[in-house]
Design a protein around this ligand. Structure first.
Ligand SMILES: [Zn+2]
Length: 453
């Protein structure tokens, strides 16, 4: 039974979807005005592990991840660079999709763009106005009145007494410490994009985007909402407040939050010069999957301190694993038998780790236990590693050595002959020759094998 820590209750709870075998879950997506940073990518990796784990448990996923393509920062950037909104959002959406692919993050079933759902946002705001949860400010913008929201603060555990109602926050750049009436619809400003609405021309605030799109695709009440911990307040709190006010139903039953990624012990910030994206990682010669390996080595609910040393260690770990897999493949024989009882045992330990609030570090350690088990046949090792990788997503199924060429096979034979003749000099030369051709010769109990490097 899968157990997940729910931010809403502060407890680990057994998880089951409410509608049959389908898990409906929502993931806050990127604001596409820049490359996403590695802290965000960490969150997307944890959410990918969640969706894979759900499928491993036998469920189907219906995951929605929004693309925020209208927001203060986008408008500001378009103005400074003299571009249209789309000239900013289209290329950065594309690069975001590339990042997901590089990190083996599966594409969510639905990825709606905010600007394609203005109608749904307007309808939701109208409902809030009708029910008396929203009001028009003197500036013409529509705000949500947090004093009307009974459960406000229940996710972030904020005391209602400290709410500063009546102070309005108009910007998408929100105050992370204080609860204030937040904007639902921003009245049109000169030179900014706007849409028509019954309450005047303008554009939606950031929070309403997620509520409108999740309700549209997942229903008024769904299973899981995920995001980075920095979004828990006020973004998610506001999502809950406005959605539950409009529908009168529980918005999401489970809330899962990925912890911060720190760089060298500090918060990542452009001004501090410790702000990294996937491009920085690749520029330094790291495989993106090494970053995924690093993320998997830490539980999503603990802070991850990123350093280049930690990434190097992850890179080595990942390469060693790849070598082990290739070696096992080279040694696997059709005549080999699966060790069924041991396989069952390993899979049960692995499942337990994942079912305990997505224990990816323990899951990864289990792959290593498998690879190091001397009593396990290579076919069993491959089977188990590929099975566990359904959740971890390191691309183990693709870790294959190139086919050994005729030329390399000849070299192996010649080398064997040289070795029987105790001509170790010749044997070394032949080994180097194979290496130049991209193959490493290794001597195993089954005889020499060649592994594509
Ligand atoms: Zn959101």
């Amino acid at each position: 039974m899968l157990r997940l820590e729910n931010t809403l209750t502060g407890r680990k709870e057994e998880f089951k979807p409410t509608r049959g075998k389908i898990v409906r879950f929502y993931t806050c997506g990127p604001t596409v005005y820049n490359f996403v940073h590695i802290g965000n990518l960490r969150t997307y990796i944890f959410e990918d592990v969640l969706r894979r784990a759900l499928r491993y448990e036998g469920y189907k996923t219906l995951q929605v991840m929004n693309i925020t393509d209208i927001e203060d920062k986008i408008i500001k950037k378009a103005k400074t660079e003299g571009k249209t909104i789309k000239e900013i959002t289209i290329p950065f959406t594309r690069s975001f999709m590339e990042d997901l692919k590089k990190l083996n993050i599966e594409k969510p079933e639905i990825m709606p763009r905010a600007t394609a759902h203005i109608k749904e946002m307007i309808a939701l705001i109208e409902k809030l106005l009708q029910k008396g949860f929203a009001y028009k400010g003197n500036d013409g913008s529509i705000y949500f009145d947090i004093t009307k929201s009974e459960g406000y603060g229940k996710l972030a555990k904020i005391d209602k007494k400290n709410l500063k109602a009546g102070i309005r926050i108009e910007a998408d750049e929100y105050n992370k410490d204080e609860a204030q009436d937040f904007v639902l619809w921003k009245a049109k400003k000169e030179g900014e994009p706007s849409w028509k609405s019954p309450f005047g021309p303008g554009r939606p605030g950031w929070h309403i985007e997620c509520s409108a799109m999740s309700i549209k695709y997942l229903g008024e009440s769904f299973d899981i909402h995920t995001g980075g911990i920095d979004n828990a307040f006020p973004h998610h709190e506001n999502e809950i407040a406005q959605s539950e006010a409009a529908t009168g139903k529980i918005f999401s039953r489970f809330w899962l939050h990925g912890e911060h990624l720190l760089v060298g012990g500090e918060k990542m910030a452009k001004s501090a010069g410790n702000f990294y994206t996937m491009r920085d990682i690749e520029k330094k010669g790291y495989d993106p999957t090494a970053f995924r390996y690093l993320v998997l080595s830490n539980h999503y609910r603990s802070k991850l301190n990123f350093t280049w040393e930690s990434l190097t260690a992850a890179k080595n770990g990942y390469q060693n694993l790849r070598d082990e897999i290739k070696r096992a493949r080279a040694m696997a024989d059709k005549k080999d038998k699966h060790n069924k009882s041991k396989e069952k045992e390993y899979l049960s330990i692995f499942k337990q780790a994942i079912e305990n609030d997505l224990g990816a570090p323990e899951g990864l350690a289990e792959i290593w236990n498998v690879m190091k088990d001397k009593d396990l046949s290579p076919v069993s090792k491959i089977f188990l590693a590929e099975e566990m990788d359904k959740v971890l997503g390191l691309g183990i199924a693709k870790m294959k050595s190139r086919p050994v060429t005729l030329e390399v096979r000849k070299i192996i034979k010649e080398r064997e002959m040289a070795r029987t003749e105790k001509d170790f000099n010749k044997s070394d030369i032949l080994r180097n020759k194979a290496e130049e051709l991209g193959y490493r010769i290794e001597d195993t109990p089954k005889g020499p094998i060649a592994i594509g490097i």
